[in-house]
Design a protein around this ligand. Sequence first.
Ligand code: ATP
Ligand code: MG
Length: 389
Amino acid sequence: MHPSGADTVLVRHGDVGVKSRKVQTEMERRLRDNMAAILEDRDIDAEVERRWSRLLVHTDEQSVEEATTAAADTFGVQSASPVVVVSPEQELIEETLADAAQEHYDGGTFAVRARRASKDHPFTSAELERKGGTAVWEAVENPEVDLDDPDITFSVEVRETEAFVFIEKRDGPGGLPLGTQTKLVSLVSGGIDSPVSTWEVMKRGSPVIPVYLELGDYGGADHEARAIETVRKLKKYAPNHDMRVRKVPAGEAMNRLADEVGPARMLSFRRFMYRVAEHIAREESAHGIVTGEAIGQKSSQTARNLGVVSAATTMPIHRPLLTMDKSDIVACARKIDTYTDSTIPAGCNRIAPDYPETNATLEIAQNADPDGIFELAEEAAENVELVEL
Ligand code: ATP
Ligand code: MG
């Protein structure tokens, strides 16, 4: 929602702001470039400018909503507001607030909030709130004020040479600009969890190399489509990064696991999978492995088992969903738009054993591994195929 005449997006960042000046400048540049890439990918005509501790997206009235969405989809962004830009004069600001209220105030309660970043103006923010409030009060019918929990807030942020008037503050993902942390390999099965875990580390600034294990008789075309389609959705948040799916043939390994391993089968599968990921991480100069595992979500993911399987690799394994409930993961999947693709029925054969081991020791897992499973992992990783999105 924006006042008419809004042709600019005011963008605020969060964690970037707690860095030293030098790092912050570097991160803001990255944020600007990433946002520009998303805008371009969506064919939105706009220019991104770094200003003080904010970014401004200059566009036109037709594109301002779409540009706000693009800004709010950029990692590192705290919030984004479509704004009307006026010169920082009190009367002009009051008029703009009154116009916005006439247009958008539809009963309920309101408040006016003002923020003044420069002390060079002849008014304080408290004055601006009071006078702006009066202007709104007089512009609409039956107004009601609630300063604590208003239904609608008319806001103004005053800077040295301009003032920004807005109604909406759209939440961004927060986090850090993509590319400000090291690259990671992410194991993406395309289920509900792994696209969310991938998004979570991207949110913290790590570009991701997606790895999908093609499971032969235990996978299939729909299973693979899920993985690729969810990565395609994630790529929308990172159009300037290489997110081609690294597809690894794991059918043979799956057959051996099904034939040779009993209750600890899923643990051997995980150990195999991490070794594949480790190999690809080395090839791609990535420095960690991401999975969608959560404590106790499946028998292979008991706290005990997670510890045991992790020993298969010396590379750190990152599990952003470790402590999350499924309902929260689902809510996140919906928010980032991977849920629909994740729930395409994959209709594949079940690899999990009927009575899975839930309380393994390293010895149990190692003894269960088929001979040469790690060599098989290396070989599979060597045969990786790049899937264009
Ligand atoms: P998801 O966890 O993505 O919803 P899932 O529940 O079917 O899929 P799990 O058995 O929970 O998969 O697997 C745990 C984690 O192992 C996944 O989150 C993912 O990171 C990884 N994983 C499982 N299967 C594959 C695969 N075929 N390719 C790549 N990664 C996989
Ligand atoms: Mg899962």
